[in-house]
Design a protein around this ligand. Sequence first.
Ligand code: GLN
Length: 466
Amino acid sequence: MSKTIKEIREDLDSKKYSSEELTKDYLKRIKNEDGEIHAFLDVFEKEALLEAKDADERIKKGEVSILTGIPCAIKDNILIKGKKCTAGSKMLENYIASYDASVVLKLKKQGVVFLGKTNMDEFAMGSSTENSYFGVTKNPYDLKRVPGGSSGGSAAALAAEMCAFSLGSDTGGSIRQPASFCDVVGLKPTYGSVSRSGLIAYASSLDQIGPFGNCVADVKTVFDAIKGKDSLDSTSLNIEGENNLKNIRIGIPKEYFEEGLDSEVKETVLNAIEQYRERGAEIVEISLPHSKYALACYYIIATAEASANLSRFDGIRYGFKELGETLNDIYVNTRTNGFGEEVKKRIMLGTYTLSSGYYDAYYKQALKARSLIKKDFEEAFEKVDAIMGPVSPILPFKIGEKTEDPLSMYLADIYTTPINLAGLPAISIPLELSKEGLPQGLHIITSHFSEEKLFKIASLIQWKKI
Ligand code: GLN
């Protein structure tokens, strides 16, 4: 059933099956598979079938957009009006969204079918989906392993064929790393190319919504449907970057192949790059000298922004509330018992680096490092069309393996965080499975707003048979 959007479109338009039948198939699969995998936090059985019937009407009348009648799953930090939106947190366990995220509205206009909301690390903080208040999601390729995170539910739902595409969010790797762990394609768009209105904010200068798909073309289709300037997000833009592709030059950053990279992942990634060479691409070694500061810089900036963004969860305005004698007691009780450990740790870290005594030493330094990281990429893109490397330094790890060692968990994002700091677009595409049968991904990065070029380069090589 792992069909591409294009194939489903043709089948729906030629009446091979209806959207209602297709939706029923996906719902059945969710029923059969998701007890074990736990990709979904909420499944919209009734509404999905109604949306499918509406889509079938549209198809009958010929009022069809590319995504009409196609069933999808949405990460649970993206608002769908009238539906719970938990962000994987006890804090929002019973929170009902009062409006649609702009991306959801765009998909609704196309007549997309919404199957449900997917599991995630609490407030998108994590790399394994183990930080969800609602329990871990399992990797469909090996149920003892994590699906990656924080958008682990969206990646696993697609990999287990429980939807045709899904949406996630990526602040430091949360689309690309789970895509790589679950053998699907995942895109982190250029910062500003997709509206963040209706996304529960983690770190606003880094967050982007993006699609997971079974192939590069599917990810392009969904990206085209959700992108563009939106008056509700003043950082969103309509810009066309440099999308011409003549003779492809690919840069290989030497810093991305150093110590810490699993030898099997390294070999697979280098093999993939070799295939680009065989197809006529010129491969050049480049250097991104400031990438060694990226992870530290990310954890200062992301936690600083998170500490501000999460201050709204105070027991008064949203969700979970725990009473106390004074207003301050209400804040303290609510936040102590509503947030999980990782989230509290990050709020404290962020508050600390923004405090008057430490602002210059940490936050300001991190902003300077961020500029240098961005400049490294700008200089690299004067010489090359794309940069390639691994998405994750390691293969999907076992559930529980890294929960006691947060630093080794943070290292899972060593190659993905610099891209968010620089605001660039990047994609993870599946490579061949490891000897043990575990997924791994190739990371391709291009310059700002050059997603078209990214898709062209990514589709030159397609390993996965769909
Ligand atoms: N794993 C990283 C973190 O924990 C990135 C998460 C994300 O992209 N949302 O912050």
